[in-house]
Design a protein around this ligand. Structure first.
Ligand code: MN
Length: 314
């Protein structure tokens, strides 16, 4: 979704206060801007944390009031080596891609774009759409044996969900709480939207083979003795089989996790690869109109790749 280069802001490490949580790290998300100046929180990647399982990017946008003719506008841009996951809790967005797919997305639905070797897309608030906009976009790094494949786009109009322990849970991806998401993913991972409709404290089960990240989207939550509001990502390393979630008022959060991704990825702009040469080739292909195809119907310019202005770490 972004055309920004990650900056070098240093992450802050916070010591947790409970005995079983001394390895939990609270990392401040940083503010960044999208496309037409929309301010968002970027929770991943961070200097101190590049990946949570294969999840390599997490933007939280809104809540904001979209005026008619305004809102989100991110022009055509390329992706390689990843999947984009778009999830709204309010509002509406319109996706167009170089496969010719034009897809609206609304709350409760999932857009999952698998770039394979290369795809381009645009994202915008639909014409005439106004009102509240609130959601997240995530990226999942594709494993090496999948990252050169054909691009595809999948829209899931409904996802498995359940109500339990005063929580309304939707399963974006993977398996959890006895549910299985239809989302087509390529590594062991999970993504959950958790709406805390009742107040109190309860424990949810985790997969001890997964590391997790938790981001509050609305309200305040107590997690592993951390008081969390929006703008902070809580990282939980592997080895935990339960997580205590508490709240005094209704709240909303997203929980992502996965088996630690053992491949070393290189991320630059909207591209995920393994070597600087691959990144340079992808950038060059985009700038010369090759590989990624053409996005039709977006009323605005395509996004030009930035210059290489910092050293790419191999
Ligand atoms: Mn994008």
């Amino acid at each position: 979704m972004t055309d920004l280069i990650p900056d070098r802001e240093t992450a802050r490490k916070c010591q947790a206060h409970s005995d079983d949580a001394d390895d939990v790290v609270a990392l401040p998300a940083r503010k960044a801007q999208l496309g037409n100046g929309l301010e968002i929180y970027r929770a991943l990647p961070q200097i101190g944390l590049r990946l949570i399982g294969p999840w390599c990017f997490l933007d939280h946008f809104g809540p904001l009031d979209v005026k008619p003719g305004a809102g989100l506008r991110v022009g055509p841009h390329p992706h390689t080596g990843l999947q984009t996951v778009t999830w709204l809790i309010a509002g509406e967005l319109l996706h167009r891609d170089s496969l010719g797919i034009v897809q609206h997305i609304r709350p409760g639905q999932l857009n999952l774009m698998t770039s394979g070797n290369g795809i381009a897309h645009s994202e915008e608030s639909p014409a005439g759409h106004a009102g509240r906009l609130h959601g997240v976009q995530l990226w999942v790094a594709l494993p090496d044996d999948e990252r050169h494949g054909e691009p595809r786009f999948d829209h899931y109009p409904e996802l498995p969900s359940t109500e339990t322990l005063g929580l309304r849970i939707s399963l974006l991806a993977g398996e959890a709480i006895g549910l299985q998401s239809p989302a087509r993913v390529f590594s062991p991972l999970v993504g959950l939207d958790i709406e805390m409709v009742d107040t109190g404290s309860r424990r949810i089960d985790l997969n001890p083979g997964f590391e997790y990240g938790l981001l509050v989207l609305e309200g305040r939550v107590t997690v592993a003795d951390h008081q969390m509001g929006t703008g902070t990502l809580l990282y939980l390393p592997i080895g935990r089989s339960q997580l205590e979630l508490g709240n005094a008022k209704p709240a909303r959060l997203i929980l992502i996790g996965g088996r630690p991704f053992t491949e070393t990825i290189l991320m630059w702009w909207n591209l995920v690869a393994r070597t600087p040469a691959e990144i340079a080739a992808a950038r060059n292909d985009w700038e010369h109109g090759k590989r990624f195809g053409i996005v039709r119907g977006y009323d605005g310019p395509r996004i030009t790749a930035p210059r290489f202005n910092h050293r790419l770490k191999a």
